[in-house]
Design a protein around this ligand. Structure first.
Ligand code: AMP
Ligand code: ZN
Length: 494
């Protein structure tokens, strides 16, 4: 079966053909760790988690790289995001990075997203970034001004390179949009040029020696340097949210071509945005729901708490290239559907019936639904369509349980096939877990560890309403928290 993927670079669905048969190299831009990730960030990483899981399901050996941005990502006013975080919280920038990396990992575990194969940090790859700047300079696509180095977009374009192809922009339109180093705008030859290396001002704490100045790398450079280091000059898939197409990914392509003469990835995948009140969920607009707010119900946008798996299920209901609007009603609908699905999975596991020994009447319906699931996943990872077939199979399961379909109309072999495929799709590929499976005490332990960690973070941030809410909701569920010298313990109280 062939896998077709939508390549943002060509704007078309293309047959997926990895460079090395059986192996896939995938790079996804990770979080900038200066704030608690919100559900929007989370949606993007869950989308890539499902893509990663499906590629592995197809038998590919996947090297999945997802970086951590801990330097160089500037705000519109030119301040480094990490430094801003550090200033506001009176912490070292590295403390800020560690704190929010921990929080990000907790969130990913909470939503059952698999860790990447390698999670490189920008600050751990300064040497590679400096080498890349030197290579770009050597090939004539960058220039130095007062200790800072800029990418020469005009030279790049004049030489016939495709600057703007990914984001579909023409260079004149870019004039007003290159904001990554507004402070040093006047040093650039052209407004669309962007910083590769930035000379640090006296108050800038994050700084490294380089041939040009004591400074720090531009944001886009880390992904070019780290993808090249771990996946080679050319690899299969590069992904990220579609808000990263420009300038981040466009500049990454320019840097890679400027340094090695080749574009980094064959296929570019871009996920669409999670919306709240029909607007992009975004930290800068204060238009967010955090994972803690979601699972405690402590948000003005929701009427109650929703469990991590309800949220994961919710994100599966839209195609990764479509926007998804989060509303209380749609979360409630997702909760019902998720519970129905898990109920069917439990019935499926425990049903002992007398199925037919030979092929039987309903076999073909089951086979064609399973085939449809693969067809839809192979059509650019169409999870919502696949889910529709999953629910049709659930209807069959429930009908068998209720006696509306006789067990004799399904063969034993087909029933086994149904179990195998449904479990693979629901648990391994979609990454859902049954939160009500009481036998799974390990899951409860892990969830409690996370909840305790989230409460600790809330308390550190003096977010008393969230921490109280966590304690109260747990109490209602018959779980008591006990804070002690060695941390917080939990116990069942009834
Ligand atoms: P950042 O930490 O800001 O670099 O963002 C991390 C990832 O989250 C990027 O791939 C963004 O494109 C993605 N992202 C940010 N906001 C949203 C949103 N509202 N919906 C989906 N993805 C988002
Ligand atoms: Zn990146």
């Amino acid at each position: 079966m062939n896998l077709f993927v939508f390549n943002s670079l060509s704007g078309e669905k293309e047959l997926f053909k990895p460079i090395v048969e059986g192996r896939v190299g995938m790079y996804v831009c990770g979080p900038t760790v200066y704030y608690d990730a919100h559900l929007g960030n989370c949606r993007t990483f869950i989308s890539f988690d499902v893509i990663y899981r499906y590629l592995m399901h197809l038998g590919y050996k996947v090297r999945y790289i997802r970086n951590i941005t801990d330097v160089g990502h500037l705000l519109d006013d030119g301040e480094d995001r990490m430094m801003k975080g550090a200033r506001l919280e009176q912490l070292q920038p590295m403390e800020v990075a560690q704190k929010y990396s921990n929080g990000f990992h907790d969130m990913m575990r909470l939503f059952n997203a698999l860790p990447p194969s390698i999670e490189p940090r920008a600050t751990g790859h300064i040497i590679e970034q400096i080498e890349m700047v030197a290579d770009i300079l050597k090939r004539g696509y960058a220039y130095e001004k007062n200790g800072s180095v800029y990418f020469d977009t005009l030279k790049f374009i004049k030489d016939g390179n495709p600057y703007g192809k990914l984001s579909g922009r023409i260079v004149e339109d870019l004039l007003s949009e290159s904001r990554d180093d507004l402070k040093n705008q006047d040093e650039k030859n052209h407004p669309s040029d962007f910083a590769l290396w930035i000379r640090a001002s006296d108050e800038h704490i994050m700084r490294w020696n380089s041939p040009w100045s004591v400074g720090f790398p531009g944001w886009h450079l880390e992904c070019s340097a780290m993808s090249t280091k771990y996946l080679g000059e050319r690899f299969d898939i590069h992904g990220g949210g579609n808000d990263l197409k420009f300038p981040h990914h466009e500049n990454e392509i320019a840097q890679n071509m400027g340094a090695c003469g080749t574009a980094p990835a064959n296929y570019w995948f871009h996920t669409n945005m999670l919306l709240l009140n029909s607007k992009k969920m975004s930290k800068s607009d204060g238009n967010t729901i955090s994972p803690t707010e979601l699972i405690t119900g402590n948000s003005v946008h929701t009427s109650k708490a929703y469990s991590p798996m309800v949220w994961r299920f919710f994100t599966l209901q839209a195609h990764y290239r479509s926007t998804l609007d989060i509303t209380d009603d749609s979360l409630q609908a997702a909760e019902k559907a998720y519970r129905r699905l898990m109920e069917s999975m439990r019935i499926l596991k425990n049903m002992q019936l007398d199925f037919a020994k030979e092929s039987a009447a309903k076999d073909e319906t089951i086979s064609s639904l399973i085939a449809q699931m693969y067809q839809d996943m192979n059509d650019d990872f169409n999870v919502p369509k696949t889910l529709a077939s999953v629910f049709e199979l659930c209807t069959i399961i429930n009908s068998v349980k209720d006696g509306h379909i006789s067990a004799q109309s399904i063969s034993e072999l087909k029933w086994k096939e149904l179990i195998t495929h449904l479990e693979q799709f629901v648990f391994d590929i979609f990454g859902l877990k049954d939160e009500n499976d009481n036998n799974d005490s390990n899951t409860i332990d892990q969830l409690m560890k996370l909840v305790i960690e989230l409460r600790k973070t809330a308390r550190e941030n003096k977010d008393w309403s969230s921490s109280d809410k966590i304690r109260d909701v747990l109490k209602e569920a018959g779980i008591q928290l006990k804070d002690g010298k060695d941390g917080t313990e939990w116990m069942h109280v009834n």
